[in-house]
Design a protein around this ligand. Structure first.
Ligand SMILES: [Zn+2]
Length: 112
């Protein structure tokens, strides 16, 4: 990810999307890059900042991973990162645009 994008990411995500923590934030890919690590998913729409604890739990705990899927934080490879993501701290859904802004929106259709 470009330094300018990283700066925008840190300006947009000043707290963890899961717990609201403002420290130990790490970039998390909503749709996983998988093997080969395609840079195509290194976008401001696909990357969110979460705390290191939650990031680790999504990898190690299947229940947490499922919860993250229900909240748009983890996406299957068939889902577009234009799907909204839930700010569990503010209890609001946001659409992330490709320029590094977030917009409050309705819950996504996959939950209905
Ligand atoms: Zn957190």
């Amino acid at each position: 990810m470009k330094n300018s994008d990283l700066k925008k990411l840190r300006e947009r995500d000043t707290w963890c999307w899961e717990c609201g923590s403002e420290s130990d934030l790490v970039p998390h890919h909503r749709a996983n890059r998988g093997f080969g690590g395609s840079k195509a998913l290194d976008t401001l729409q696909n990357i969110i900042l979460v705390c290191a604890r939650f990031n680790g739990e999504m990898e190690s705990d299947a229940a947490v991973a499922n919860w993250a899927r229900d909240n748009g934080m983890k996406l299957s490879k068939f889902m577009s990162p234009s799907q909204p993501v839930f700010d569990n701290w503010q209890k609001k859904w946001f659409y992330l645009d490709e320029r590094g802004n977030k917009h409050e929106t309705e819950p996504p259709s996959f939950l209905i």
